[in-house]
Design a protein around this ligand. Structure first.
Ligand SMILES: *Cc1c(COP(=O)(O)O)cnc(C)c1O
Length: 416
């Protein structure tokens, strides 16, 4: 089917949840995607932070091929050999002690919310005092299921589905006083992204994260780190919280974990895990042999090639280059992030739209989040040469739009 036919058919057949770009991809290789006419695109988004090893990576291909000949699914009624191998790796890199495997980010987040409620219930049963409230942050994003939207700040994602899970209060971002004001022993968990992704690539401050840890310690509430976007190597460390040297009680990961296959995981400490007994929670597909085999292959390949160091090195170069660009273009108000999780904020939403569209015309994929922030979540295998291509394209586009704006302004003056 041609692109136009697909567009027309999807318009009739699919729930209209997405505004897709009119591009039809048929294959990918390394950091490039290829459309049906054979054009290559430099991908700086990796399917929203998913394809960490890029496309057609031989290690992933091999893991899928081998496992597909053995076993795809067993259900969680039986054992298969990869669950423990993956759990060993995840606990080792995270400092957590127990693992629950599932199929997506929002499902990992639901597991985190449920375990926090189960944990507080258990505390109360043992004569302690801990409530059921969650504190989440302004501009947070935790997914699309009912508990996840309840903890997601943006009203558009939440209010059409009211009533969502009750008992959530939002705290002003990085505002320690506001956090303290909302906190009490009514709170069972504080929800934090070390670097907010959908919210516009905003890192929490050391002071805020430390205050959240300290408050949780004072009552036994759980510090819940959503690492679905900023975790698993994206920022140059395995987890975003590791930049802060803070250990959460619960961690969620998903997006890049199986290099492009759907997977999620909730990791927690032994103390928290004790709240869950057989039958309380589960999933049919979660932790199946195929995704586990691939996730193991991804982790081992990341270790073998020292990919975290590479992410730090190329990500640092990328941010330096963007900051250099900011000295020449006053419309760039800030460059934020860590590793290969980078946001470049512009002074206008219209300009951000134009730049994203013109970059796509030049076959460079990025996206715009939080209105005026250009977001870069490239594959971890990005090289400096790709950064150079990107920065040159941005420079040219910003220059041409600046002179256009300047002409329009002088034109206005002439008519005035
Ligand atoms: C993407 C994302 C989610 C939701 O993950 P899905 O796999 O889309 O359900 C949750 N939290 C954060 C921080 C995310 O970036």
């Amino acid at each position: 089917m041609k692109l136009q036919d697909l567009q027309a058919a999807e318009k009739k057949l699919l729930l209209q949840t997405y505004e897709r770009n009119p591009i039809l991809f048929v294959s990918g290789n390394g950091v490039h995607l290829r459309d049906e006419e054979g054009n290559d695109y430099l991908d700086l988004l990796s399917g929203i932070g998913v394809s960490a090893l890029g496309y057609a990576h031989p290690v992933i291909e091999q893991a899928i091929a081998a496992q597909s000949k053995q076993l795809l699914h067993t259900s969680n009624l039986f054992f298969h050999e990869h669950t423990v191998e993956l759990a060993l790796r995840l606990t080792e890199i995270s400092g957590m002690e127990r693992v629950f495997l599932c199929n997506s980010g929002t499902e990992a987040w639901e597991a985190a919310l449920k375990i926090a409620r189960a944990h507080s219930e258990r505390v109360r049963e043992n004569g302690g005092k801990l409530g059921t409230k969650f504190l989440a942050l302004e501009h947070s994003f935790h997914g699309r299921t009912m508990g996840s939207v309840a903890t997601t700040h943006k009203e558009k994602y939440r209010t059409p589905f009211n009533p969502v899970m009750p008992g959530v209060e939002f705290v002003r971002f990085n505002d320690v006083e506001d956090l303290r004001a909302h906190f009490s022993d009514d709170v069972c968990g504080i929800c934090i992204e070390a670097i907010q992704g959908e919210g516009g690539i905003h890192p929490v401050t050391q002071e805020f994260f430390a205050a959240a840890r300290e408050l949780c310690d004072s009552t036994g509430a759980l510090l819940i780190a959503d690492e679905i976007q900023c975790g698993f190597g994206r920022t140059g460390k395995w987890f975003g919280y590791q930049h802060f040297e803070i250990v959460p009680d619960v961690v969620t990961i998903a997006k890049p974990l199986a290099g492009g296959l759907p997977i999620g995981a909730m990791l927690c400490t032994e103390r928290v895990a004790a709240a869950i007994t057989p039958g309380m929670h589960g999933t049919t597909f979660g932790g199946g042999p195929l995704v586990c085999a691939v996730a193991i292959a991804v982790i081992d390949e990341m270790k073998r090639t020292n990919l975290l160091e590479h992410v730090t090195e190329v990500g640092g170069y990328f941010m330096d280059e963007l900051r250099g660009l900011a000295t020449e273009h006053g419309c760039i108000t800030e460059v934020r992030g860590a590793g290969l999780m980078v946001g470049m904020e512009l002074d206008s939403t219209e300009l951000a739209k134009t730049v994203a569209a013109e970059m796509l015309d030049q076959r460079i994929i990025l996206n715009r989040t939080s209105e005026n922030v250009l977001r870069f979540l490239p594959p971890y295998i990005l090289e400096r040469q790709h950064v150079d291509t990107t920065v040159a394209a941005l420079d040219a586009i910003l220059t041409s739009n600046a002179s256009y704006a300047g002409q329009a302004a002088s034109g206005d003056h002439a008519h005035g």
